[in-house]
Write a protein that binds this ligand. Structure first.
Ligand code: FES
Ligand code: FE2
Length: 348
């Protein structure tokens, strides 16, 4: 799979990892067990006992350690075997791989690359469910499709005019005109103004307004989007860039993360809701309902697309003008993945 490994992947919502209950997930084809020990500390280990390869996710938490419940080997949060029932000596190399794990913005993030390179400064600045400024709902969705296809979808919003014409009520603007795309060090930025609009299903106004939306799409596949409505003329006044003034309303925030599970499956995590000054719990619920419909529309299209790709002997794409963001991001992934592969070769 062509994905960057030296990156933080969302493995779960924080609340999904309950104290004392091992949680199993496969990321980049690697089966993992994540557990929260008695002290609250999170650990992530390879989900395969060194003894006879039973899954540690069927194990039992003991303090901050995890016991394989087949024949009882006890593992430390660092993956070392610290006890073998009925045997005095533990071989020094008795260990499973431990992954760096961090809890931030209501998500549990796992570093899938070399542990020494793990840098928490690279965790994308998502907005957590406990953020005081936003009232957020959340969810996740499993895909029978490769993560890359979901990333591609999130990098080309021209599909809004077609896939989401009814749900989001997106007009033809998304397909008929280009958004502004700027490369970032670990991703790309999308900015779009829609002038003199009454808005869409998620952001309505009574009089024509200028509607601004912007998102960053960051390695490994994290979308962070916000926007709002502004007085008419704002878009032109700032030359279709970042508005200086405060928005009149309609400010929401959505954090979304695409995690490759196996080569052909992925998990899509999302939260969405209004800024506290521009909405309430009822609005959050309305947005989540809308998201439920819209994300199901994406899933139908992308899973069907995956099937066609799978039965095509030599699948090739024909990029259009709207693929700028897709191309920009995929080139970045290729560049980083290649640098990792070369780094590993040099180190070998
Ligand atoms: S397989 Fe884990 S203790 Fe035997
Ligand atoms: Fe979509």
């Amino acid at each position: 799979m062509n994905y960057v490994r030296n990156a933080w992947y969302v493995a779960a919502w924080s609340h999904e990892i309950e104290q004392g209950r091992p949680f199993a997930i496969t990321i980049l084809d690697e089966p993992l067990v994540i557990y929260r020990g008695e002290s609250g500390r999170l650990a992530a280990l390879e989900d395969r006992c060194v003894h006879r390869m039973a899954p540690l996710s069927l194990g039992r938490c003991e303090g901050d350690r995890l016991r394989c419940m087949y024949h009882g080997l006890l593992f430390s949060p660092e993956g070392r075997v610290v006890e073998i029932p009925g045997q005095d000596q533990v071989p020094p190399n008795a260990r499973v791989r431990a992954y760096r794990v961090a809890e931030r913005h209501s998500w549990v993030w796992i570093w899938m690359g070399e542990a020494e390179r793990a840098d928490e400064a690279l965790i994308p600045p998502a907005v957590g469910l406990d953020d005081p400024d936003y009232i957020l709902g959340h969810g996740h969705l499993d895909y029978e499709a490769e993560a890359r296809l979901i990333n591609d979808n999130l990098l080309d919003f021209s599909h809004l005019s077609f896939v989401h014409a009814n749900s989001f009520g997106a007009g033809p603007e998304f397909a008929e005109t280009q958004a502004r795309m700027t490369p970032l060090e670990r991703g790309m930025r999308y900015e779009r103004w829609i002038e003199n609009t009454l808005g869409s299903s998620s952001r309505k106004s009574d009089e024509p307004m200028d509607n601004y939306m912007t998102y960053d799409f960051l390695i490994p596949g994290v979308l962070l989007m916000t926007g709002g409505i502004y007085p008419p003329g704002t878009a032109k006044g700032c030359d279709y860039g970042v508005p200086d003034g405060k928005p009149l309303g309609g400010v929401t925030f959505t954090s979304q993360a695409v995690t490759p599970l196996t080569a052909k499956t992925a998990r899509y995590f999302f939260s969405w809701g209004p800024h506290r000054d521009h909405g309430d719990e009822a609005m959050r619920d309305a947005l989540m309902q809308l998201a439920g419909v819209a994300f199901a529309e994406d899933k139908v299209m992308i899973e069907a697309q995956q099937k066609v790709i799978d039965r095509t002997p030599d699948p090739r794409v024909m990029p259009t003008a709207h693929d700028k963001g897709v191309t920009m991001f995929n080139r970045l992934v290729e560049r980083l993945a290649r640098a990792e592969a070369e780094g590993n070769r040099d180190a070998a």
